[in-house]
Design a protein around this ligand. Structure first.
Ligand code: NAD
Length: 358
């Protein structure tokens, strides 16, 4: 078979370098028509995949995309017209893909796990930074200001953490919290029977937790699960950590909760309108998103721009698994990492072990 031709969208320097390494000695260009000596033939496009840019994928077998490339009906139709057969997500979450519309038309593969440690450790890094005021202390001491005023934190030991989603990342976060001597409460739509943890109703997570960390996928049913109603149930001073997907939290309600002094701190690696800003350098520009600007201006809000996955280990696993997914799909005829809307509704996909979803 001819080499698989891949159009990799939203390519950043770290994507190019990790995919180059995984693909071995291919040429690097940030433009189409890369001839390479690697496992597959990759063209790197800096642009995101959109309705307008989908034309660039014409003649490619695969488009490889990340979290903010939106695979709408229109984009899927444009890809099909251009002869694309496979969408290879280089991420775990797939809320950016209309998987129901894609079913029967174009196959979708993803990287279900690349380094759950990267994300869980980042969640804890954000929590510690926030509650021990490390980001403030760093700025002060660089300015030779050695005052401690306003830097009082609190112990994690003995505090109750509510973990929403006890999959790969949530479990590791639970282990890390146990190491700190914290009490754990968990909520999962599909509780695991091999996890020694106290599962409670979501309402109990809101009511009983000092800290709440989100590790579940974004779905239609949990969109804005943190809103004015759930915030009203939370403890005063609660700390929220979101490394999952931005739209789990209603940003306006979060802002109000902070202004009301109800929410003690928010650690946000994701934001519901992030696709317009995250991953880009807007320093020196006027940020149009007033809610984001106001959140960032708050002393108790810490924002990182969807950075939790960004470790050397994760990038290498993402590139390896993505290339394996493509090769499996075209050579073996299936990939175990294929997803469809039936897979997403647990147990409804009829795929047996060694076949495509449709
Ligand atoms: P996973 O599939 O292993 O676990 C997700 C868990 O959430 C499962 O146990 C599932 O039963 C549960 N769940 C599903 N729907 C739920 C609901 N409505 N309410 C509560 N729980 C629900 O996934 P994972 O690898 O642990 O990743 C979790 C999420 O982290 C991903 O969906 C993704 O959105 C996010 N993520 C973020 C980054 C980042 O860089 N910030 C990187 C990777 C993943």
């Amino acid at each position: 078979m001819n080499k698989i031709k891949v159009a990799l969208f939203d390519a950043k320097d770290y994507d190019i370098s990790s995919f180059q390494t995984a693909n071995q000695s291919i040429d690097t260009v940030k433009a189409p028509s890369t001839e390479g000596a690697g496992r597959v033939e990759i063209s790197f496009f800096e642009t995101r995949l959109t309705e307008e840019t989908a034309k660039l994928a014409e003649g490619f077998d695969v488009v490889c995309v990340f979290v903010n490339d939106i695979l709408s009906r229109q984009v899927i139709d444009a890809l099909l017209q251009g002869g694309v057969k496979l969408v290879a997500l280089r991420c775990a979450g797939y809320n950016n893909v209309d998987i129901e519309y894609a079913y029967g038309k174009i196959h979708i593969v993803r990287v279900p796990a690349y380094s759950p440690y990267a994300v869980a450790e980042h969640a804890m890094a954000m929590l510690l930074t926030s509650i021990r005021r490390i980001h403030k202390a760093y700025q002060r001491t660089r300015d030779f200001n050695f005052s401690l005023s306003g830097l009082t934190g609190f112990d994690l030991h003995g505090k109750t953490v509510g973990v929403v989603g006890t999959g790969k990342i949530g479990r590791i976060f639970i282990d890390i919290c146990r190491g700190f001597g914290m009490k754990i409460l968990a909520y999962d739509k599909y509780p695991a029977d091999d996890l020694y943890v106290e599962y409670v109703a979501l309402e109990d997570i809101w009511r009983r937790s000092d800290i709440i960390s989100f590790h579940c996928p974004l779905t239609n049913e949990n969109h804005h699960m943190v809103d004015e109603h759930s915030i009203a149930l939370m403890k005063k001073g609660v700390v929220l950590i979101n490394t999952s997907r931005g739209a789990l939290i209603d940003s306006e309600a979060l802002l109000q909760g902070i202004k009301d002094r109800k929410i003690g701190a928010a650690c946000l690696d994701v934001y519901e309108e992030e696709s317009d800003v995250f991953f880009h350098d807007f320093s020196g520009h006027i940020v149009e998103d007033d809610t984001l600007a106001r959140l960032i201006s708050m002393p108790n809000v810490l924002v990182t721009s969807h950075q939790a996955f960004l470790t050397r280990e994760a990038l290498s696993n993402i590139a390896d698994t993505t290339l394996n997914n493509m090769e499996d799909f075209f050579t073996k005829g299936f990939s175990t990492n294929e997803i469809c809307y039936k897979c997403a509704n647990v147990g409804k996909c009829t795929r047996t072990h060694k076949e495509k979803c449709f």
